[in-house]
Ligand binder design. Structure first.
Ligand SMILES: N[C@@H](CCC(=O)N[C@@H](CS)C(=O)NCC(=O)O)C(=O)O
Length: 269
Protein backbone atom coordinates (compact mmCIF):
# COMPACT_ATOMS: atom_id res chain seq x y z
CA UNK A 1 0.00 0.00 0.00
CA UNK A 2 1.24 3.50 -0.82
CA UNK A 3 2.69 5.36 2.15
CA UNK A 4 4.39 8.67 2.76
CA UNK A 5 7.69 6.83 3.14
CA UNK A 6 7.44 5.44 -0.41
CA UNK A 7 10.38 6.22 -2.63
CA UNK A 8 9.96 6.79 -6.36
CA UNK A 9 12.54 6.89 -9.12
CA UNK A 10 12.15 9.21 -12.08
CA UNK A 11 14.08 7.79 -15.04
CA UNK A 12 15.17 10.97 -16.66
CA UNK A 13 17.22 12.57 -19.40
CA UNK A 14 17.86 16.31 -18.96
CA UNK A 15 17.39 17.09 -22.66
CA UNK A 16 14.17 15.16 -23.09
CA UNK A 17 11.27 17.58 -23.30
CA UNK A 18 8.77 15.23 -21.66
CA UNK A 19 11.26 14.46 -18.87
CA UNK A 20 11.68 18.18 -18.24
CA UNK A 21 7.92 18.65 -18.01
CA UNK A 22 7.66 16.03 -15.27
CA UNK A 23 10.67 17.24 -13.33
CA UNK A 24 9.41 20.82 -13.48
CA UNK A 25 6.04 19.64 -12.17
CA UNK A 26 7.81 17.88 -9.29
CA UNK A 27 9.76 21.02 -8.41
CA UNK A 28 6.65 23.19 -8.55
CA UNK A 29 4.67 20.70 -6.48
CA UNK A 30 7.35 20.57 -3.79
CA UNK A 31 7.47 24.36 -3.57
CA UNK A 32 3.67 24.55 -3.36
CA UNK A 33 3.55 22.03 -0.55
CA UNK A 34 6.60 20.08 0.67
CA UNK A 35 4.36 18.01 2.95
CA UNK A 36 2.42 16.36 0.16
CA UNK A 37 5.39 16.17 -2.26
CA UNK A 38 6.39 12.57 -3.01
CA UNK A 39 9.95 11.46 -2.41
CA UNK A 40 11.30 11.18 -5.96
CA UNK A 41 14.90 10.38 -6.83
CA UNK A 42 16.13 11.44 -10.24
CA UNK A 43 18.01 8.77 -12.17
CA UNK A 44 19.84 9.56 -15.39
CA UNK A 45 19.03 7.39 -18.38
CA UNK A 46 21.65 8.55 -20.82
CA UNK A 47 20.02 8.50 -24.24
CA UNK A 48 23.38 9.47 -25.76
CA UNK A 49 24.78 6.15 -24.53
CA UNK A 50 21.82 3.94 -25.46
CA UNK A 51 20.95 3.33 -21.82
CA UNK A 52 17.28 3.27 -22.79
CA UNK A 53 18.04 0.20 -24.93
CA UNK A 54 19.57 -1.83 -22.09
CA UNK A 55 17.96 -5.12 -21.18
CA UNK A 56 17.19 -3.84 -17.71
CA UNK A 57 15.52 -0.66 -18.90
CA UNK A 58 13.47 -2.29 -21.62
CA UNK A 59 12.34 -5.27 -19.54
CA UNK A 60 11.89 -3.68 -16.11
CA UNK A 61 11.13 0.00 -16.70
CA UNK A 62 9.68 0.84 -20.12
CA UNK A 63 9.32 -1.55 -23.04
CA UNK A 64 9.02 1.50 -25.32
CA UNK A 65 12.55 2.48 -24.31
CA UNK A 66 11.57 6.06 -23.60
CA UNK A 67 11.95 8.55 -20.80
CA UNK A 68 10.47 9.69 -18.54
CA UNK A 69 9.25 6.75 -16.52
CA UNK A 70 8.47 6.48 -12.84
CA UNK A 71 9.16 3.30 -10.88
CA UNK A 72 8.53 2.42 -7.26
CA UNK A 73 8.03 -0.59 -5.04
CA UNK A 74 4.66 1.05 -4.33
CA UNK A 75 3.50 0.49 -7.94
CA UNK A 76 2.37 -2.77 -9.50
CA UNK A 77 3.88 -1.54 -12.77
CA UNK A 78 5.91 1.54 -13.77
CA UNK A 79 4.29 4.72 -15.07
CA UNK A 80 5.81 5.06 -18.52
CA UNK A 81 3.96 8.10 -19.91
CA UNK A 82 4.66 11.63 -18.74
CA UNK A 83 0.94 12.48 -18.73
CA UNK A 84 0.26 9.51 -16.43
CA UNK A 85 3.05 10.61 -14.13
CA UNK A 86 1.60 14.11 -13.96
CA UNK A 87 -1.89 12.78 -13.22
CA UNK A 88 -0.42 10.63 -10.45
CA UNK A 89 1.37 13.68 -9.06
CA UNK A 90 -1.83 15.76 -9.12
CA UNK A 91 -3.57 13.07 -7.09
CA UNK A 92 -0.82 13.30 -4.50
CA UNK A 93 -0.68 17.08 -4.68
CA UNK A 94 -4.12 18.50 -5.56
CA UNK A 95 -2.65 21.97 -5.08
CA UNK A 96 -1.19 21.50 -8.58
CA UNK A 97 -4.70 21.45 -10.03
CA UNK A 98 -6.80 23.94 -8.05
CA UNK A 99 -10.53 23.28 -8.23
CA UNK A 100 -11.46 26.73 -9.63
CA UNK A 101 -9.18 26.17 -12.64
CA UNK A 102 -9.55 22.39 -13.03
CA UNK A 103 -11.53 22.51 -16.26
CA UNK A 104 -9.23 25.01 -17.95
CA UNK A 105 -6.14 23.10 -16.83
CA UNK A 106 -7.52 19.78 -18.05
CA UNK A 107 -8.44 21.26 -21.39
CA UNK A 108 -4.97 22.75 -21.87
CA UNK A 109 -3.26 19.53 -20.79
CA UNK A 110 -5.36 17.47 -23.21
CA UNK A 111 -4.51 19.82 -26.06
CA UNK A 112 -0.80 19.76 -25.21
CA UNK A 113 -0.90 15.97 -25.26
CA UNK A 114 -2.88 15.79 -28.52
CA UNK A 115 0.45 15.92 -30.41
CA UNK A 116 4.10 14.99 -29.89
CA UNK A 117 6.59 17.84 -30.12
CA UNK A 118 9.22 15.76 -31.92
CA UNK A 119 7.54 16.38 -35.27
CA UNK A 120 7.86 20.14 -34.76
CA UNK A 121 11.50 20.09 -33.74
CA UNK A 122 13.27 17.69 -36.09
CA UNK A 123 16.03 18.96 -38.33
CA UNK A 124 16.07 18.72 -42.14
CA UNK A 125 18.12 15.48 -42.15
CA UNK A 126 15.67 13.63 -39.95
CA UNK A 127 12.80 15.06 -41.94
CA UNK A 128 14.32 13.68 -45.13
CA UNK A 129 15.63 10.32 -43.95
CA UNK A 130 13.48 9.64 -40.88
CA UNK A 131 14.75 8.86 -37.39
CA UNK A 132 17.15 5.91 -37.45
CA UNK A 133 15.83 2.76 -35.80
CA UNK A 134 18.56 2.21 -33.20
CA UNK A 135 16.85 -0.89 -31.78
CA UNK A 136 17.02 -2.53 -35.20
CA UNK A 137 20.73 -1.66 -35.38
CA UNK A 138 21.38 -3.12 -31.94
CA UNK A 139 19.59 -6.32 -32.96
CA UNK A 140 22.54 -7.00 -35.26
CA UNK A 141 24.68 -7.81 -32.21
CA UNK A 142 25.49 -11.51 -31.88
CA UNK A 143 25.80 -11.90 -28.13
CA UNK A 144 22.35 -10.69 -27.02
CA UNK A 145 20.46 -12.61 -24.34
CA UNK A 146 17.08 -13.94 -25.43
CA UNK A 147 15.08 -11.49 -23.23
CA UNK A 148 17.14 -8.58 -24.51
CA UNK A 149 16.61 -9.63 -28.12
CA UNK A 150 12.87 -9.89 -27.60
CA UNK A 151 12.79 -6.50 -25.86
CA UNK A 152 14.73 -4.85 -28.71
CA UNK A 153 12.34 -6.39 -31.23
CA UNK A 154 9.40 -4.85 -29.39
CA UNK A 155 11.17 -1.49 -29.21
CA UNK A 156 11.98 -1.70 -32.92
CA UNK A 157 8.33 -2.32 -33.81
CA UNK A 158 7.27 0.55 -31.53
CA UNK A 159 9.79 2.81 -33.28
CA UNK A 160 8.47 1.97 -36.74
CA UNK A 161 4.82 2.37 -35.76
CA UNK A 162 5.53 5.64 -34.00
CA UNK A 163 7.56 7.20 -36.79
CA UNK A 164 5.95 5.82 -39.94
CA UNK A 165 3.45 8.62 -40.59
CA UNK A 166 4.44 11.58 -38.43
CA UNK A 167 7.03 13.02 -40.81
CA UNK A 168 4.93 12.95 -43.95
CA UNK A 169 3.68 16.39 -45.12
CA UNK A 170 0.15 15.63 -43.92
CA UNK A 171 1.49 14.20 -40.64
CA UNK A 172 3.50 17.38 -40.05
CA UNK A 173 0.54 19.60 -40.90
CA UNK A 174 -1.68 17.67 -38.52
CA UNK A 175 0.77 18.19 -35.64
CA UNK A 176 1.25 21.87 -36.49
CA UNK A 177 -2.52 22.40 -36.48
CA UNK A 178 -2.82 20.74 -33.08
CA UNK A 179 0.08 22.77 -31.70
CA UNK A 180 -1.57 25.99 -32.90
CA UNK A 181 -4.85 25.03 -31.23
CA UNK A 182 -2.99 24.46 -27.97
CA UNK A 183 -1.10 27.76 -28.25
CA UNK A 184 -4.30 29.68 -29.08
CA UNK A 185 -6.01 28.33 -26.00
CA UNK A 186 -2.96 29.11 -23.86
CA UNK A 187 -2.89 32.64 -25.26
CA UNK A 188 -6.58 33.14 -24.51
CA UNK A 189 -6.23 31.78 -20.98
CA UNK A 190 -3.26 34.07 -20.32
CA UNK A 191 -5.26 37.01 -21.61
CA UNK A 192 -8.18 36.22 -19.30
CA UNK A 193 -6.38 34.99 -16.18
CA UNK A 194 -2.77 36.04 -15.92
CA UNK A 195 -3.08 39.73 -14.86
CA UNK A 196 0.61 40.39 -15.47
CA UNK A 197 1.71 37.73 -12.97
CA UNK A 198 4.32 35.05 -13.53
CA UNK A 199 2.08 31.98 -13.82
CA UNK A 200 -0.92 31.31 -16.05
CA UNK A 201 -3.46 31.70 -13.24
CA UNK A 202 -1.61 34.43 -11.37
CA UNK A 203 0.53 34.03 -8.28
CA UNK A 204 0.56 30.26 -7.92
CA UNK A 205 1.78 27.78 -10.53
CA UNK A 206 -0.23 24.74 -11.60
CA UNK A 207 0.59 21.51 -13.39
CA UNK A 208 -0.05 23.12 -16.76
CA UNK A 209 2.60 25.81 -16.22
CA UNK A 210 5.19 23.04 -15.91
CA UNK A 211 4.16 21.41 -19.17
CA UNK A 212 3.31 24.46 -21.25
CA UNK A 213 6.49 26.42 -20.55
CA UNK A 214 8.78 23.46 -21.22
CA UNK A 215 6.99 22.91 -24.54
CA UNK A 216 7.13 26.58 -25.53
CA UNK A 217 10.78 26.89 -24.43
CA UNK A 218 11.66 24.02 -26.78
CA UNK A 219 9.68 25.58 -29.64
CA UNK A 220 11.44 28.91 -29.06
CA UNK A 221 14.85 27.19 -29.04
CA UNK A 222 14.19 25.53 -32.38
CA UNK A 223 12.87 28.82 -33.76
CA UNK A 224 9.28 27.74 -34.24
CA UNK A 225 7.99 31.23 -33.41
CA UNK A 226 5.59 30.76 -36.32
CA UNK A 227 3.56 28.52 -33.98
CA UNK A 228 3.65 30.94 -31.03
CA UNK A 229 2.16 34.26 -30.01
CA UNK A 230 4.05 37.14 -28.43
CA UNK A 231 1.98 36.82 -25.22
CA UNK A 232 2.83 33.12 -24.91
CA UNK A 233 6.53 33.81 -25.45
CA UNK A 234 6.58 36.61 -22.92
CA UNK A 235 4.89 34.44 -20.30
CA UNK A 236 7.39 31.65 -21.03
CA UNK A 237 10.37 34.01 -20.73
CA UNK A 238 9.09 35.01 -17.31
CA UNK A 239 8.89 31.40 -16.16
CA UNK A 240 12.32 30.57 -17.61
CA UNK A 241 13.70 33.30 -15.34
CA UNK A 242 12.19 31.64 -12.25
CA UNK A 243 14.06 29.81 -9.49
CA UNK A 244 11.82 26.82 -10.11
CA UNK A 245 12.95 26.44 -13.72
CA UNK A 246 16.55 27.01 -12.69
CA UNK A 247 16.26 24.20 -10.16
CA UNK A 248 15.35 21.89 -13.06
CA UNK A 249 17.76 23.04 -15.75
CA UNK A 250 20.54 24.81 -13.80
CA UNK A 251 20.52 27.43 -16.53
CA UNK A 252 20.88 24.97 -19.40
CA UNK A 253 18.86 25.00 -22.59
CA UNK A 254 16.30 22.24 -23.16
CA UNK A 255 18.43 20.82 -26.00
CA UNK A 256 21.89 19.45 -25.61
CA UNK A 257 24.84 21.01 -27.43
CA UNK A 258 28.52 20.06 -27.41
CA UNK A 259 29.54 23.01 -25.19
CA UNK A 260 27.70 21.27 -22.33
CA UNK A 261 30.08 18.29 -22.40
CA UNK A 262 29.07 14.69 -21.77
CA UNK A 263 25.66 14.28 -20.22
CA UNK A 264 27.12 11.61 -17.92
CA UNK A 265 29.34 14.29 -16.36
CA UNK A 266 26.65 16.90 -15.72
CA UNK A 267 26.78 17.97 -12.12
CA UNK A 268 24.23 18.84 -10.91
CA UNK A 269 21.99 16.76 -13.13
N1 LIG B 1 4.75 9.54 -24.65
C1 LIG B 1 5.94 9.71 -24.02
C2 LIG B 1 6.94 10.36 -24.94
C3 LIG B 1 8.26 10.41 -24.31
C4 LIG B 1 9.34 10.67 -25.33
O1 LIG B 1 9.08 11.00 -26.48
N2 LIG B 1 10.58 10.49 -24.90
C5 LIG B 1 11.72 10.68 -25.77
C6 LIG B 1 12.57 11.81 -25.25
S1 LIG B 1 11.64 13.30 -25.09
C7 LIG B 1 12.57 9.42 -25.75
O2 LIG B 1 12.67 8.75 -24.75
N3 LIG B 1 13.20 9.11 -26.89
C8 LIG B 1 14.07 7.96 -27.03
C9 LIG B 1 13.46 6.92 -27.91
O3 LIG B 1 12.29 7.04 -28.31
O4 LIG B 1 14.15 5.93 -28.19
C10 LIG B 1 5.69 10.55 -22.78
O5 LIG B 1 5.02 11.58 -22.86
O6 LIG B 1 6.19 10.14 -21.72
Amino acid sequence: MAAESDVYTLHYFPFSLYSLMVRFALVIGRRLNPETAPNVEIKLVNLHRDENFSEEYLTLVNSKGQVPALTSAAFTSPLAESYDISKWLCEKQPELIPEEHREAIQSLMDKLYSFHAKTLTIGPDEKKHGIPNRAAELLEQKDLTEPHRRALEIKSVFHDLRHSTVFTPSGIKDVEDKARIFIQELDKTLDEENQGQRWIFGKRPTIVDAHATAMVARLMEVKRQDLLTERVQEYTRGVLASEEWNEVTHGRATRWNASMGNVADLNPL
